[in-house]
Design a protein around this ligand. Structure first.
Ligand SMILES: NC(=O)c1ccc[n+]([C@@H]2O[C@H](COP(=O)([O-])OP(=O)(O)OC[C@H]3O[C@@H](n4cnc5c(N)ncnc54)[C@H](O)[C@@H]3O)[C@@H](O)[C@H]2O)c1
Length: 320
């Protein structure tokens, strides 16, 4: 991709996805400064020569931190990933999620605009769609999130879009589907809520992983999701950054593979990589789980020329 190199302010850059985005930006010739409060992020995920602004989005000093940064560096835009991401935690503590995910995004928009930064790339989620009727799910599908987490990601998108329109900023929101895999053990997802880490844990411990229902209207009766390798996802951010640098605002874009993989297929893929059967037990359906969530990924291909190149086997093989 022939785009000028530039410096990006990457929030959440010490996290699972952010640390992959950081590497992809640098591999494409860009530079990045990371802003992260290290609440779930890890300092050791950052290369030594990356500047870390160890700061909470909600801290009132955010404006001064960005003003100081833009006095020292020419910042092309913000890549905003810092957020809380646990659906069950968001149900138990909705206000914490509204505060961090919506309040944090608003604070970053204000501080970035005041500091003269004119581009904003926002990390969104397939959770904005909620229980989807369509397969695959396109960006124009109604957004009816079923959890406070999904609501906060959608409200963040709205804030970004409305503010960008009012201020003439370039913007895009990437709606990630199920993110999996890692570039290295050090960058792996440490959270224990996504399916792949849970299956990996079962493979190591021998404790069966729970499968919520095998009577869904899907080929093998278990739920279908669209898994995307975190390194493909990171490359989507580089493509989006390039579009923003060209003066485009691609809006909201799905990041998925347009391929549904069932829970049993994920377990089989991990078993194949491990060379032994991963134990599992079928339990009842979990309320609120949609049977199928598969991305229509055609808009991002048209807008950014991005397509995922890694399959489920590579996600399972790139385990910590
Ligand atoms: N992991 C997924 O499957 C998935 C799917 C869809 C969307 N997302 C979105 O991707 C983004 C990154 O998720 P992740 O999986 O890398 O999670 P993560 O917890 O590994 O990373 C989040 C990072 O943000 C930082 N952070 C959180 N709150 C902050 C605050 N108030 N101020 C400063 N820093 C703060 C954390 O320290 C961490 O480094 C989130 O916005 C999440 O909603 C993730």
């Amino acid at each position: 991709m022939d785009v000028p190199s530039s410096t990006w302010l990457l929030t959440g850059g010490a996290g699972y996805i952010g640390s992959h985005v950081l590497r992809a930006l640098r591999a494409a010739g860009h530079d990045a400064v990371v802003l992260d409060d290290l609440s779930t992020g890890l300092r050791e995920r950052l290369p030594d020569d990356v500047e870390l602004l160890h700061h909470d989005l909600l801290d009132p000093g955010l404006g001064a931190v960005l003003a100081d940064l833009t006095r020292r560096r020419d910042v092309a835009g913000v890549v905003h990933l810092a957020a809380k991401k646990s659906v069950p935690e968001s149900v138990a503590e909705p206000l914490t999620y509204y505060e961090h995910n919506v309040g944090g995004t608003v604070a970053m928009l204000r501080a970035a605009t005041a500091a003269g930064i004119g581009r904003f790339l926002y990390s969104s989620s397939a959770a904005v769609y909620g229980e989807t009727a369509a397969e695959p799910v396109g960006e124009d599908h109604p957004t009816l999130p079923t959890s406070p987490y999904g609501e906060t990601k959608l409200a963040g998108e709205w804030a970004v879009r409305r503010h960008a329109e009012a201020e003439g900023l370039g913007w895009t929101a990437l709606r990630y589907f199920n993110v999996a895999g890692t570039a290295s053990a050090a960058l792996a997802d440490r959270g224990a809520t996504n399916l792949l880490p849970l299956v990996e844990r079962a493979a190591r411990s021998g404790e069966p992983v729970r499968v919520f229902g095998d009577d869904w209207p899907t080929p093998d009766g278990t739920c279908l999701r669209d898994y995307v390798h975190v390194e493909d996802l990171a490359e989507a951010h580089v493509a989006a950054a390039a579009a923003l640098l060209e003066g485009r605002s691609p809006g909201a874009l799905n990041v998925g593979r347009n391929a549904g993989t069932s829970v049993l297929e994920v377990i089989a893929a991990v078993s194949a990589v491990r060379g032994h059967e991963v134990p599992y037990e079928i339990v009842g359906r979990r309320p609120g789980d949609p049977a199928r969530v598969v991305a229509d990924a055609s808009r991002i291909a048209d807008a950014l020329g991005w397509r995922a190149t890694r399959g489920i086997e590579e996600m399972c093989a790139s385990r910590p």
